[in-house]
Design a protein around this ligand. Sequence first.
Ligand SMILES: C[S@@+](CC[C@H](N)C(=O)[O-])C[C@H]1O[C@@H](n2cnc3c(N)ncnc32)[C@H](O)[C@@H]1O
Length: 411
Amino acid sequence: MWDFKSENTKTFTHGFHTYPAMMIPQIAQKLISDFGKNATTLLDPYCGTGTSLVEANLAGINSIGFDLNPLARLIAKVKTTPIELQTLRLHIQDFDNFLFKFRYGFELKESIICPSFSKIDFWFSKEVKQKLAVINNYIESVENSDISDFFKVAFSQTIRDTSWTRNNEFKLYKMSPEQIKSFKPDPFNKIAEVLGRNYKGLEDFILSKKNDSYSRLFDVNSINSISKRKIADSSIDVVVTSPPYGDSSTTVAYGQFSALANQWLGFMENGRVLDKNLMGGIRSKRIRYFSSQVLNDTISDISKIDNNRALDVVSFYSDYEKSIKNISAIVKPNGYVCYVVSNRRVRSQKVQTSEITKDFFLQNGFGHIETYKRKISGKRMPRQNSPTGNSGEKENLMNTEYIVIMQKKSA
Ligand SMILES: C[S@@+](CC[C@H](N)C(=O)[O-])C[C@H]1O[C@@H](n2cnc3c(N)ncnc32)[C@H](O)[C@@H]1O
């Protein structure tokens, strides 16, 4: 029922940009239709590229998204921002004419400035780097910020697809010398293809969007104060989110995945630093216990084998606990929260995030409605890790997802 195995997950603006562990749009859609009836505002505190924000707008509901990653916020903004299509078409045509001058006998004009961030030549051939710089210079000259952001998203996907990073990885790994030899990407062709595809997606989104619902995106000012800052208490009807699975160093490194684009776009000098700021990024100094028995048992079991890994678990769930407290305050009485989570293993010990999520919300005035189980398919995420910490020893991880549904008690 929740598997959506053969569904198209790239409809509307959903296919604008790849990202690790994206939510399946059909899940967000079903959760919104089951638990967002009559809702006016949806929140996704870990919105990533904005899957649930897009689905909320398609259902005529306003949405609010938070994410620490500036690239994710940019993508989410562009996926939920209608643009006057004729103006956009004219800009794409103008861009095409601009590139034409550089297409044949490509030679870098002096006026085109190449960035010089650390290791840029490790990740891009000279020609790709120069062509990307040409594109970047054009984008910087576009005055309309919605249009320049639309181009930036296509540019970011082009950076990823024309760099020497291995594409099926969510961490930064370089291709082998053999792969590099036969890899001849052309950034000009790539961005033209992405712009065309994204234009079509945006057109579909604009045509299908109900009423004038909109999305707002917010930065996060500290690791765990996810959403309290700008949102009034008891103002959110429904939360639909998929939080990170654990600290980024041992699960999904969103910072590494986004580093090259964050650097090209001038969002960050060193994109990898982001991983330290994501939830659980700063290791706690001592073991502590929580209001969840299942979590406490896990911490105690892991600490007997590896104290540092137990501290990683403590760090992540300390941040998680605080963010759930903040989120709980801004949900309306009788409002729902829907968390799509995975359980994982640390040093062979099962960490049951589905149960822990439930326990943390129970502590904050919510009742448990249901936990659905689904098999993961077609999602870019780590299926295997080394649970023992010894390289070479692999174990299936996160093949099942849990959708935890909680409801806030009436005041
Ligand atoms: C599983 S992904 C969300 C993917 C999203 N549902 C989508 O479809 O693209 C989790 C997100 O949480 C973000 N994140 C991690 N720590 C955070 C924090 N402390 N505050 C806000 N966002 C955070 C990551 O940057 C990442 O984008």
